[in-house]
Design a protein around this ligand. Structure first.
Ligand SMILES: *Cc1c(COP(=O)(O)O)cnc(C)c1O
Length: 383
């Protein structure tokens, strides 16, 4: 039957699901339900919705849609990517230990080093590309292994199946930040992960106009726990923003496909340019994680980084490019150029940054929907 999930490609499933039209009116858009509370008919039994922190029909639509796309059973929408990640970290208790990738997103780094430590949760940063180093870091009190692949901004690739297997053997919850590839290109739950988290602010929303986070799980016991934490901590996504994310999802496949194609062209051209020391993009055959990424995903995404000689050249380039906006963030219809050392990884001490390859000459480019040749011309002029 055509409505069976397996029969339809993910591209089609972005548009055709339970919420493609409203069951009451036929409206071809999910209604934005602003109510904070819901009338109860009787004293003895309350309806499905009572208070909107616990459940809101618009948010619920988004949560079911993302759960379907990630091949999970339950989705959760949060006020930001960091709210989704922080709520996930709350599965841990004092005395627990977290093994986390060393080139994790700056905000997750800050949360781990400055907040979780205060709550008595220990951590070890590891090179997640290396299974043995993860194995060595696991202790008797390790309860979570946290991955991000491709990583930010050097695009390292984590062997997700191996690490989730290791997590299972050691009774640890495995988490993957799937922000860079989205379910269009990578589905970590299918690779054995327990929880997928997203900054939906990026490619899922896709238009630089909403801050949101998502989490998806498969196991009902973990779903129950995340649901409890979502309601307890309360960092939920509002209905208007949930609607914007659902709107973004409709074009996600098309946007990812177009941006990825351009990203590869740009990465190839940059690697030939004399002003560029090196290019990090998993779609380049020369990238250290090229084979691994091919094995576990359906693409390389639309984010790449490249290294210029030093900060003064970076300054010149940033101040003379015309097309990409120079900003924090990624994953939008317009190309975004950012400077990890002072933006996404500003929370990281310089020595830590340098160790991770985030030098003062490194720029990150999130490729949008412009014509690739126009971006190349613009960058080459700026060099
Ligand atoms: C942006 C980002 C986050 C944080 O998401 P917010 O929506 O900004 O809170 C987490 N992980 C990655 C990989 C990101 O790029």
């Amino acid at each position: 039957m055509l409505t069976e999930k397996e029969e339809l490609s993910l591209q089609t499933r972005l548009l055709h699901h339970k919420y493609k039209s409203d069951s009451q009116t036929g409206a071809v858009s999910v209604p934005i339900q602003h109510a904070s509370t819901f009338h109860q008919e009787t004293l003895d039994s309350f309806g499905k919705y009572d208070y909107a922190r616990s459940g809101n029909p618009t948010r619920e639509a988004l949560e079911e849609i993302i759960a379907g796309l990630e091949n999970g059973t339950k989705g959760f929408a949060f006020a930001s990517g960091m709210a989704a990640i922080s709520t996930t970290f709350m599965l841990l208790s004092a005395g627990d230990h977290l093994v986390i990738t060393e080139d994790v997103y700056g905000g997750s780094y800050r949360m781990t080093t400055e907040v979780l430590t205060r709550m008595g949760i220990e951590h070890t940063f590891v090179d997640m590309t290396n299974v043995e180093s993860v194995e060595r870091a696991v202790r008797p009190n390790t309860r979570m292994i946290y991955m991000e692949t491709p990583s930010n901004p050097t695009m390292k690739i984590t062997p997700v199946k191996e690490i989730t297997g290791l997590a299972r053997e050691n009774d640890c919850i495995s988490v993957v930040d799937n922000t860079f590839l989205t379910p269009v290109l990578q589905r970590p739950l299918d690779l054995g992960a327990d929880i997928v988290v997203h900054s939906a602010t990026k490619f899922i929303g896709g238009h630089s106009d909403v801050v949101a986070g998502l989490a998806v799980v498969k196991d009902p016991v973990i779903a129950e726990k995340i649901g409890f934490l979502q309601n307890s901590f309360g960092a939920i996504l509002g209905p208007q923003d949930a609607w914007l994310i659902m709107r973004g999802i409709k074009t996600m496949h098309t946007r990812m496909e177009a941006s990825e194609k351009s990203a590869l062209k740009i990465a190839r051209r940059l690697s030939e340019h004399p002003a560029v020391n090196r290019v990090y993009y998993p779609g380049l055959e020369t990238h250290s994680g090229y084979d691994q990424n091919k094995l576990q995903s359906e693409g390389s995404g639309a984010v790449l980084s490249f290294e210029l000689s030093d900060r003064s050249h970076v300054k010149k380039v940033v101040e003379s490019v015309q097309l990409p906006v120079f900003a924090v963030s990624l994953g939008a219809v317009e190309s975004i150029l950012s400077y990890p050392a002072q933006m996404s990884h500003a929370a990281m001490p310089q020595a830590e940054r340098e160790k991770r390859g985030i030098t003062d000459g490194l720029l990150r480019l999130s490729v949008g929907l412009e014509k690739a040749e126009d971006i190349i011309t613009d960058l080459e002029r700026a060099f």
